[in-house]
Design a protein around this ligand. Sequence first.
Ligand code: NDP
Length: 427
Amino acid sequence: MEAAFSQFYKRTPEQRLAILADTLGLSETEQQELKQRAAQGDAPLLIENYLTTYQLPEGVAVNFRVNDHDYVVPMVTEEPSVIAAASNGAKQLAQAGGITAAVHSRLLTGQVVLSDVKVFASIDDWVALHQDELLDVAKQAHPSIVKRGGGPKSIRTRDLGEGFVSLDLTVDVQAAMGANMMNTMLEAIAEVVQNKLHHTTLFSILSNAGVQSLTTATVSVPVAQLADELADAQQIAKRIAQASRIAQLDPMRAVTHNKGIMNGVDAVVIAMGNDWRAIESAAHAFAVKDNQYRGLSQWQLEGDQLTGTLTLPLPVGTVGGATKVLPLVSINQKLAQISSPEDLMRLIAAVGLAQNFAAIKALVTSGIQKGHMKMQVRSLAMTVGATPSEVPVLTGQLMSLKDPNESQAKQLLIKIRNNEEEKHAKR
Ligand code: NDP
């Protein structure tokens, strides 16, 4: 096996497929499937050992009204109900006047970490004294970002304890996510630290915390809008606020609350060619900022208004990385009317808030399963191999069962196919 994979990275995708088929016994059909999905163009060059392209469905959430503008939002997800819930939540929030979203700041921080520091003050003093020189070194390491109006802004030291010290560099990365330009600048600073301060550095890399790229989405929903009868509406508003409060008190619930928010956030981040692992890490770190993991959004009942707020670290970019290489990203940016990272940050936060509103409202009223049922049943139909023309028929039949399972779906599909064959035979 090892010999077969020697210099695997140098092979073409076709050669890699042949090796895999040989060593792992892929059938002709499986090989064809992998071959058919292989992409042309530059996208395969984004990663190593490219084999094929794993596709995810893209849909468009509608009804978003953010800062008095209407948006449609491309979302990439494999999970049923997410786009329906986002559209539904957005519709209700648009009826309330829409979501307001604001970017607090848009800067990226990176770290040069020193170990075995005996006296923190000696590093702190040296950095303070050489601040301008270090910022110049960072500028020279990536001068094009300075020409674009951005570049390094500040450098400060933090004592991490146990002899570790972090030099935190803050950079205006303009429209990029900025990982690579930041890392280049940090490595240049690390070299100066080693040569002039005579202290070895442990590592240099951006921080994904994103706390200098916070974005807040808020909305105020008139309670009366939540149901036809005012008493019902008041009850629903109270239950939404209570459910939100539980996500502040109980980490067990907060994780699920935040997962619901990230259903929408990740789907947009992926559609826009950004690094969703970075956004996920940042969101969960932010959720635990006061040492307890809490819900990222909060809903509060204030008189006759239900007010929702969501703040997220969103260090996303609209240029660089995969944004120009993945073929759909520029079209998705156009669909969502995104022309700056700030536009994208506002829209992502708004999607997170609408997604969260739809989920909590469903949870405290009809329950989550009712809305999900049709989508889950459709998934079940596809899982057992129903073709696109069979899916609606099988879904309809499964919906009439109380708690349909895979074996029932298989049996029903066999019946549907038998009936079709009989019909054909009679013609
Ligand atoms: P790039 O390395 O592609 O850098 C951005 C590029 O965009 C630069 O080359 C810059 O050109 C160009 N650019 C064009 N217009 C602008 C503008 N208006 N503002 C800013 N830049 C502009 O991407 P990033 O540095 O953003 O890095 C993103 C990638 O890094 C992601 O794919 C991510 O997954 C990956 N990554 C993530 C890490 C992490 O999160 N921990 C670590 C390492 C990589 P010019 O050079 O001429 O200025």
